[in-house]
Design a protein. Structure first.
Length: 284
């Protein structure tokens, strides 16, 4: 399997492509990374060095790949944080080019907009671009709860409301949706839920809540879920595999007391999670 991953990148730590590429490679996926930024570290540290690449740079790199006559071998495109609407436009152009070459290719958009407690943290215009342009052409999206609420235009503080929000997001275009973190009135205080939905059903997976706050877990789970879903076509199984791997990595990170997600130290969890969680199908 070959995936084109267009995301931010950091030299130190693991967010964006630095969180997505290695886990994909570890499960046997050949990744073609295109970086939208090259930073020293993620911005959560409060200071960083590096630069943001413009849309022309992204188009130039993708055009170079296209000149190799290999886009027909690309099985999917993965995107995450978009620095501006112009970057988003270049990403959607890349998706269109891949799908022209390989009509069976799929696009997974991690619609990075904001988070619970922080609100919207992307540049002006990006939330609107995500909802109006990126999400409608995506086959798969991987929002967190805040992004689910924004895209659906409704709340999700109960499981019933979350399912209504899922339906509203499906109506925008995506066939499959993974909600990477969900807390409802039904979620125990010591747990966190994930929801995945496509035309085969809605599935919930619950894991213990870990006492840590790190960047990059959302980027990593989006990548793993996308690959597992493309390979097997079973959304419940893709949810179980991706969530179990990320839980194992985060558990190792918490045990080490690390600030950065421990993708390398816990890399065996990517392939053989030490604890497998099962996805429960939710009946209507």
């Amino acid at each position: 399997m070959n995936l084109l991953s267009i995301q931010s990148h950091v030299a130190y730590g693991h967010v964006g492509n630095a969180a997505a590429v290695f886990p994909l490679q570890r499960i046997g996926v050949d990744v073609w990374p295109v970086h939208t930024v090259q930073f020293s570290n993620h911005t959560g540290y409060g200071e960083w060095k590096g630069q943001v690449f413009d849309a022309g740079m992204i188009r130039e790199v993708v055009a170079g790949i296209e000149q190799r006559s290999v886009l027909n071998e690309c099985d999917g495109v993965l995107s995450g944080y978009m620095g501006g609407a112009d970057i988003g436009g270049a990403i959607l152009d890349a998706v269109a080019a891949v799908k022209r070459a390989n009509p069976s290719a799929r696009y997974c958009c991690d619609p990075v907009i904001g988070d619970v407690g922080r609100g919207i943290f992307v540049r002006e215009g990006i939330p609107e671009f995500m909802k109006a342009k990126a999400v409608p052409v995506a086959d798969i999206i991987t929002p967190n709860q805040f992004e689910l609420d924004y895209l659906s235009g409704r709340g999700s503080d109960t499981l019933a409301k979350a399912r209504e929000a899922l339906k509203a997001v499906h109506d925008l275009g995506p066939r499959a949706v993974l909600v990477t973190s969900l807390l409802t009135s039904e979620t125990p205080d010591d747990a966190i839920d994930l929801l995945a939905s496509d035309d085969t059903g809605v599935f919930r997976l619950r894991t213990p809540k870990l006492a840590l706050s790190v960047n990059g877990a959302g980027d990593a789970i989006a990548a793993l879920f996308f690959a597992h879903y493309l390979r097997g076509g079973d959304i419940g199984q893709a949810l179980a595999q991706a969530a179990s791997s990320i839980f194992g990595i985060l558990a190792c990170t918490a045990e080490m007391g690390a600030r950065e997600i421990q993708l390398i130290a816990a890399q065996d969890e990517i392939v053989r999670p030490s604890r497998m969680f099962e996805a429960e199908e939710l009946r209507a």
